[in-house]
Design a protein. Structure first.
Length: 331
């Protein structure tokens, strides 16, 4: 499933139901380096743990939507059945249709109680997310994640943190246009999810920046986090990083351009340990209280800001981004 130049192949293999189906088919058909004759039997051997549902919902399940999509970009599986699917009575195309409905059904039921899910707003798959952090949500502590596979928690590799992937729902169009087209319309109406380049990778209606002191610029705190935006955290007073009850223990990374008019501070609650606070972006503050005893601070400048002023940042009287060609213009 992967290879590193230093150590070679990783232990994980392309077996069981996942996006690697067509890789095995290519190996079986190779004229120069064919796979073993029993390669497909190896691939399907773990299937018993993937079956979910009964009757018209019975299917080989995998929580994120993309494994049922990737191989079918290259191969039309309609009418093609291996021994497993002959015994099941349907093909892999129909299996992906059933998985599409199962993903939507999970979002309609919404057992995790996330905001924004509905019969027309759904689509859980591998995508960017808000970040790896626990936050209070509706009387409980909710865990949010960064890039991760997502899908119904009752399916293999299932995890649901309220992050919706529009592209994964739209990728189901060949399998179930009757539910995907209404979904596309509903997603198109979501604030901040569609721009001139099309749909954003993902968004999370349950994740918001709740501190009224913080203006996140193009990431509108009323509508929550949207992938691929620049993040500018701006306060004319204090930007404070809370304690490990919110951020978790150990090292911490912040991917943002931060401006604190008066002070940038990390809450000091662990005098027995020094960890590393890494900021990828930029930091400007009147004073900085983030080094000892809890953190050693390392800042890596995000070179994208050479071309675009971080969102929400106050402009100066001398310099401003005048265009998109990477040049700064003196005013």
């Amino acid at each position: 499933m992967g290879w590193h130049p230093e150590s070679g192949l990783i232990p994980a293999n392309w077996v069981g139901f996942n996006e690697g189906m067509f890789v095995n088919i290519l190996a079986l058909g190779s004229a120069t380096h064919p796979g073993p004759a029993d390669l497909w039997q190896q691939w399907t051997a773990p299937y018993p743990r993937f079956w979910r549902g009964e009757g018209p919902t019975r299917r080989i399940a995998f929580a994120p939507l993309f494994p049922g999509q990737y191989s079918q970009i290259f191969i039309d599986f309609r009418g093609i059945r291996d021994a497993v699917m002959r015994n099941a009575g349907f093909d892999y195309f129909e299996n992906s249709r059933r998985e599409t409905y199962a993903n939507r059904a999970w979002c309609i039921a919404n057992p995790m109680g996330w905001d924004g899910y509905s019969r027309d707003v759904w689509g859980l798959s591998a995508c960017d997310g808000p970040g790896d952090l626990p936050l209070p949500f509706k009387g409980r502590t909710a865990l949010f994640y960064g890039y991760s596979a997502r899908g119904p928690a009752n399916e293999p590799d299932g995890m649901d943190d309220g992050t919706i992937s529009p592209v994964s729902a739209l990728g189901c169009l060949p399998f179930a246009p009757e539910i995907v087209i209404p979904c596309a319309g509903a997603l198109r109406r979501q604030p901040g999810v569609f721009d001139r380049y099309g749909f954003k990778d993902s968004f999370n209606p349950s994740f918001t920046f709740g501190d009224p002191k913080v203006d996140t610029g193009s990431v509108d705190p009323r509508f929550g986090w949207v992938a691929e935006d620049y993040l500018g955290i701006v306060s004319d007073r204090v930007v404070e990083i809370p304690g490990p009850a919110i951020t978790g223990g150990g090292d911490l990374e912040i991917d943002a351009a931060i401006y604190a008019g008066r002070r940038f501070v990390v809450t000091d609650i662990d005098r027995g340990r020094t960890s590393t606070l890494r900021i990828y972006g930029s930091l400007a503050a009147g004073t900085i209280s983030a080094t000892e005893p809890r953190y050693a601070t390392k800042i890596d400048y995000d070179t994208r800001f050479e071309r675009q002023r971080p969102p929400g940042f106050p402009s100066t009287n001398r310099y401003e981004v005048a265009n998109w060609d990477g040049q700064w213009t003196q005013r």
